[in-house]
Structure formats: C-alpha cells, structure tokens
Design a protein around this ligand. Structure first.
Ligand SMILES: [Zn+2]
Length: 400
C-alpha cells in the first residue's frame, strides 16, 4: 500500500514537471483586440500628459510675466528710493537753513530780551500805533519761529516714513520674486519630467502601432490569440541555415572588445560574417522560410532586413545588418525561402569593414525595438565552423 502510494507520488511529480515544461510560457492568450485597447489606453494617457504640459507651460508663462512685472516694480521702487534720498538730502540743506534762521530769530529774541533791546525796541515806539505794530512784530517773530520748528519736524518725520515704506515695498517685491523663482524652478522640473514621460509614451505608442500593423498585415482578427494567429500566418520551416554561400566568422556573439575604441567590452548582438574574396558582392540569403517583417536604414544597423520565422512551431527572428546601400531586394510582408537573396554584404551603419552582422532572436522581434533578452547566440540554431576565420563554401554542409 505504502509503496504504491509513493510510486504514485513520484509519477505525479514527474507529470507536473513535464507539464510545466511542455506548457507555453505565455499562459494568457493575447488578442489583436487586447493590443488595440492597450494602444487606446496609451493614446489617452498621452493626451493627458500633453494637456498637463500645456497647463504647465501656461503656468510658466504666467510666472515669467509676473516676474517681469516685478522687475519693473523693483525698478520703479528703486527710482523712488533714489528720489526720496535726493529729497532727504535737499531737506537736509533746508533744515540747515531753517536751523540758521531759527538761530537768528532765537538769538535775536534772546539778545533783545536779555539786553532789553526787545523792550527798548517796543519802548522806542514813537506813538501808540507804532507801539502796537512793534509788539505785533515781536509776537509774529516768536510764532514764526514755532511754526518753522514744527514744519521742520514734520518734514523729517514724513521723509523717514516714506523711506521706511519704500524699503518695506522693496523687501516685499524681492521676497515675492524669490517665491516666484522657486515656483518657476518646480514648474520647469515638472515640465522636463512630463516631456520625458511623453517621449517614452510616444515611443511605446509607435511600437504598439508597429506591432498591431504587423498582426493586421498578417491577417490576424481582433479576437484571435496572437500566438495561434502568428503561427498560422508564418509559413513553417525546420531549420535556420548559414545566410551566405561562402564566408567565415570574424566576431562572435556576446561580450567583446569595442571595435571602435579598442578598449572596454560591449555587447555584440549577433555574429559577424566576412567574405574572404572581399569582392563586395557577396549575396545574403534568408536563413529559412519566413516573412520579411522590416527593411530600412539606421545609423547603427545601416541597411537592414528583419525576417520572422516559424521554426518547428517556435517563432523566431533573424536580422541582417550593414547591407550595401540599394542592395535590398525584399519588401516588408514578403514571404521568403532559404534560397531568397535579400541583399548584398556592405559596410553601412556603424561598421569597420564589409561584413554581415547576423542576429537570431527567439520570438518576433521588430526592427528598432530593443528586445535584447530575446537575442540568442546564432550558433545555437545555425551551424558555423567552430573556429574563427575558417571558411565555408556552401550553406548546408555541417562543420565542426
Ligand atoms: Zn556585428
């Protein structure tokens, strides 16, 4: 009893393991409809970000306008302060003059009172009218003196108040300006972040569109599981072959010394193939039956071709870089076989000499997208002579 149950357990575990291995890793079936609604979401998000950028730009403009107004305000206050300082200086002279005047009056009064000149002056009246007149003059003199002192004090107070008020205004404007500058800094940072986010969103949208187009061109329906659909549309094959009739490997896949600087290591996403004859007419063939998914030019890849394959039910992509300008003979969407010439070796893009950079990816890789995780060593699928620089002279013979 016990033994049987143990055996049963072992069988069960083995079955589960086998099942896990056999199950496709992509459990959730994705349809073209799913991709389309994902794109819709991205477009909506992009619109929201664009609106936010617009709003932030408006805020920045407002802040800038206010700062400019404050500059003018500060200029005006500065001019006012200068004017007030001038007035204060002028007033100082006036005060000095008034001070002298007051001194004169005071000394006159003192002199006249102490030396009885004042009384003498009044007493010296020739008649009653003159007496009243002289008395009144003395009175007015005293009052005038009082008035002078009062006025002077008032002017000093006014000016000091004015100066204080202006200093306060200047301080306020400066604080306000600083506050606005801080605001502006935050707004500018937000704007930069939004632009960056917008940029990555737009890249995502472009990629989503490309992918959707690819599946539409392939004839996928909205509700179809893309894995099933892609398998259906890609003509099957069993093997990938060397992409040139003759040649030799000059550089392996993986980490390598940077060919441009000669120092440091860079990741090499494929295998480099050169032609000993260097006649610059070495033809490049599709590695297997498949469908051209992209052709074009980029500054790094040069003239390139991407081909999607269905190799024993596994979706794969082969890529061909640095092709000679004008040599590409296939179009996107075109079905090819292993005997289809797709172009000629060249040295376009970032390349140090005539060669073919040949890449192999698991899954459907799109040109211009960085699915480096999908890239594999081409030797995993394609037979090449194991040592560098060893020539082959046909596409199918096996080398060790
Ligand atoms: Zn390369």
């Amino acid at each position: 009893m016990i033994k049987r149950s143990k055996i049963f357990n072992i069988i069960l575990i083995v079955c589960v393991l086998f099942f896990n291995i056999a199950m496709p890793s992509n459990v959730e079936a994705k349809t073209l409809g799913n991709l389309k609604s994902e794109l819709e979401k991205l477009l909506k998000e992009d619109q929201e970000v664009s609106n936010k950028i617009k709003y932030t730009n408006e805020q920045i403009n407002k802040a800038n306008n206010t700062i400019n107004q404050l500059y003018k305000e500060l200029d005006r206050i500065g001019a006012e302060i200068e004017q007030t300082n001038k007035e204060i200086a002028e007033l100082g002279i006036k005060i000095d003059e008034k001070g002298k005047e007051i001194k004169n009056v005071v000394s006159f009064i003192q002199m006249s009172s102490s030396d009885s000149l004042y009384l003498e002056y009044i007493a010296g009246a020739e008649n009653l009218t003159d007496f009243v007149y002289r008395l009144s003059v003395s009175q007015q003199l005293l009052e005038y003196n009082d008035q002078l002192i009062k006025e002077m004090n008032q002017m000093i107070t006014d000016n000091n108040n004015k100066k204080e008020e202006l200093n306060r205004k200047q301080e306020e404007a400066k604080n306000k300006q600083q506050e606005l500058y801080n605001n502006l800094k935050v707004l500018n940072r937000e704007r930069t972040e939004l632009y960056e986010y917008n940029f990555s969103l737009e890249e995502e949208i472009a990629l989503a569109r490309k992918t959707i187009d690819m599946y539409i061109q392939a004839g996928c329906k909205d509700h179809e599981d893309l894995n099933v659909c892609a398998n259906k549309i890609l003509p099957p094959d069993t093997k990938l072959w060397r992409p040139t009739m003759r040649g030799y490997v000059t550089s392996e896949f993986g980490e390598r010394i940077d060919p441009f600087t000669g120092k440091g290591t860079v990741y090499h996403s494929g295998i480099d193939i050169s032609d000993r004859y260097k006649d610059n007419s070495s033809k490049i063939y599709a590695a297997a039956t498949g469908k051209v998914s992209a052709t074009g030019y980029s500054s790094s890849m040069g003239y390139y071709v991407f081909i999607h394959h269905n190799i024993n039910g596994e979706k794969m992509t082969t890529s061909y870089y640095h092709m000679r300008a004008g040599s590409i003979t296939v179009k996107t969407g075109q079905l090819v076989s292993k005997d289809t010439v797709i172009g000629v070796m060249g040295t376009t893009g970032s390349s140090t000499g005539v060669h073919l950079h040949f890449g192999v990816s698991r899954g459907l890789r799109m040109a211009g997208t960085d699915f480096n995780s999908n890239l594999v060593n081409p030797r995993t699928y394609v037979n090449f002579p194991s040592s560098l620089y060893r020539d082959w002279s046909d596409r199918t013979r096996r080398y060790n």
